[in-house]
Design a protein around this ligand. Sequence first.
Ligand SMILES: [Zn+2]
Length: 149
Amino acid sequence: MKRRNRCKAKLRIYPDPILKAVCEPVGDGEDVSDVIRDMMHILTNSKTGVGLAAPQAGHTKRIIIISFAGFFRTMINPRIVEHGSALVVRNEGCLSYPGIYKDIERPVWIDLRYDDENGRPQPGMVFDMDARIIQHEIDHLNGKCKVGE
Ligand SMILES: [Zn+2]
């Protein structure tokens, strides 16, 4: 017997037009638990994903989830307030652009602000691969993905 999967979340893949959408900020006290649930469903079912942005799960909200050393961190309304001038080139892929990998230049560190899933503001300096993943996911919130350009 097959177990029916009740979660309808589906990874959006290019050329799905939602990948070009500019996402809306999450409002004060807005319930986005369904968005986070859909994103976690996709991310935990993916073998290679280290981060996901809401439009990849079909939601145009400014939410990203990042895998940090094996556990997931949800970032609501993430924004980069400062970044380093030093740039590093590394190869990147994207769950929504399967099979495509590109060398992409990005600042090596960022200074980040976001709210956690309880609405508490979080600051953070982020470096290296974590900074790269967050920059990649924030691009998605602005309707962009450098892997697909
Ligand atoms: Zn991506």
